[in-house]
Design a binder for this molecule. Structure first.
Ligand code: GLA
Length: 422
């Protein structure tokens, strides 16, 4: 009996020891320590008003596109009725220009009374009644980028206000901050203040974007405070802009890829699919590469006027599944060859996603052949694999052996996205 008890104690101690060692190992793996709010275990999906609607506050001249509660209520209705919510787009997010020009008598932010007559709490209730979540915007400095009241000196009050309004996400911008120290202190302060409210609020930062002009950001630290973070300038509705973000991301991948994971993601900014500036192939490229990069999928478009083709692309279940893969590893540029880029991303169950992007901007479809042996750290197709093309159209490409070659036709500026299964 005594021996049995001792053995059990020994086993338990052994177990505790093993668990502690495991915990230590997990702790020391880079990128595992994320903001401890249990949110954004996969990249956030939703809609954000900025790129499409910007700071339009003229509801007299443009009642349908000004920043108002009506705009958000209409988008909430469509997110449910048109399948966006079912596809995973859950967060309906307000950007800059929602505020009144001054705080109230108690120092609290307030919504513009003309454009948001019901106030933000009322809007949050409406959005929640649809099964969606509401995002809001504020700024770490003296003013928001568009000149509305900043949160500097008001972090605790603002966090409490957002929690009282039952907001679910905060995009925290970095304009009008007078020093790198205030920037860092402010981003950290707001993170802790949000956590202290006890409400689950996704914290979307622009901290590294505003740090880069001064020094290389400490991403390990940023990940401890933010659920996602912008690294690069604002996206525009143009191919040049999307290309610039892709080029920045691949040039800096040694710094940014490993830090991403469940709870904390690099944010290459909004999806502009469904707007005016990108050709069909370029929209495919944005969707494919945002999936490879494990990017938050925050659309900025007008859900009231969107082509069936853009809608189908944004709601593509297979591509969204890659973006949301639970392994949570960000993809990277594997190599550049002959005017093509090959990107890959490890997925759960030893699967891989591979995107082949054409850098050509002249001529017609061009064929490119890659040997499958090189993909997925030389393991994806060893000894054989099944390859399914997901974009630009879905088709089964069949079984490939390790020595096989994969030949594809890719349109200028376009991308072919495939999923590889052992
Ligand atoms: C900055 C941000 C944008 C947007 C605007 C709003 O430029 O990077 O995403 O929020 O401010 O003024």
């Amino acid at each position: 009996m005594v021996t049995g008890k001792l053995m059990k104690l020994g086993q338990r101690l052994g177990c505790v020891l093993a668990l502690s060692v495991l915990a230590l190992v997990l702790w020391s793996v880079p990128g595992t320590k994320a903001l401890d709010n249990g949110l954004a275990m996969t990249p956030t999906m939703g809609w954000l008003h900025w790129e499409r609607f910007m700071c339009n506050v003229d509801c007299t001249e443009e009642p349908d596109s000004c920043i108002s509660e009506q705009l958000f209520m209409q988008m909430a209705d469509l997110m449910v009725s048109d399948g966006w919510k079912d596809a995973g787009y859950q967060y309906l997010c307000i950007d800059d220009c929602w505020m009144a020009p001054t705080r109230d008598s108690k120092g609290r932010l307030q919504a513009d009374p003309e454009r948001f007559p019901g106030g933000i709490h009322h809007l949050a209730n409406y959005v929640h009644s649809k099964g969606l979540k509401l995002g809001i915007y504020a700024d770490v400095g003296q003013k928001t980028c568009a000149g509305y009241p900043g949160s500097f000196g008001y972090y605790d009050i603002d966090a409490k206000t957002f929690a009282d309004w039952e907001v679910d996400l905060l995009k925290f911008d970095g304009c009008f901050c007078d020093s790198v120290k205030h920037l860092a202190d402010g981003y950290k302060h707001m993170s802790l203040a949000l956590n202290r409210t006890g409400r689950s609020i996704v914290y979307s930062c622009e901290w590294p974007l505003y740090l880069w002009p001064f020094h290389k950001p400490n991403y390990t630290e940023i990940r401890q405070y933010c659920n996602h973070w912008r690294n690069f300038g604002d996206i525009f509705d143009s191919w040049q802009s999307v290309k610039g973000i892709l080029d920045w991301s691949s040039s800096n991948q040694d710094t940014i890829v490993d830090v991403a994971g469940p709870g904390g993601w690099n944010d290459p900014d909004m999806l502009v699919i469904g707007n005016f500036g990108l050709s069909w192939d370029q929209q495919v490229t944005q969707m494919a590469l945002w999936a490879i990069m494990a990017a938050p999928l925050l659309m900025s478009n007008d859900l009231r006027h969107i082509s069936p083709q853009a809608k189908a692309l944004l709601q593509d279940k297979d591509v969204i599944a890659i973006n949301q893969d639970i392994l949570g590893k960000q993809g990277y540029l594997l190599r550049k060859e002959d005017k093509f880029e090959v990107w890959e991303r490890p997925l759960s169950n030893l699967a891989w996603a591979v995107a082949i992007r054409s850098l050509r901007e002249i001529g017609g479809p061009h064929s490119h052949t890659i040997s499958v042996a090189t993909l997925g750290r030389a393991a994806a197709c060893n000894p054989a694999c099944l390859i399914t093309q997901l974009l630009p159209v879905k088709k089964e490409l069949g079984l490939f052996e390790w020595t096989s070659a994969l030949k594809m036709q890719i349109n200028p500026t376009g991308t072919v996205l495939v999923r590889i299964k052992k």
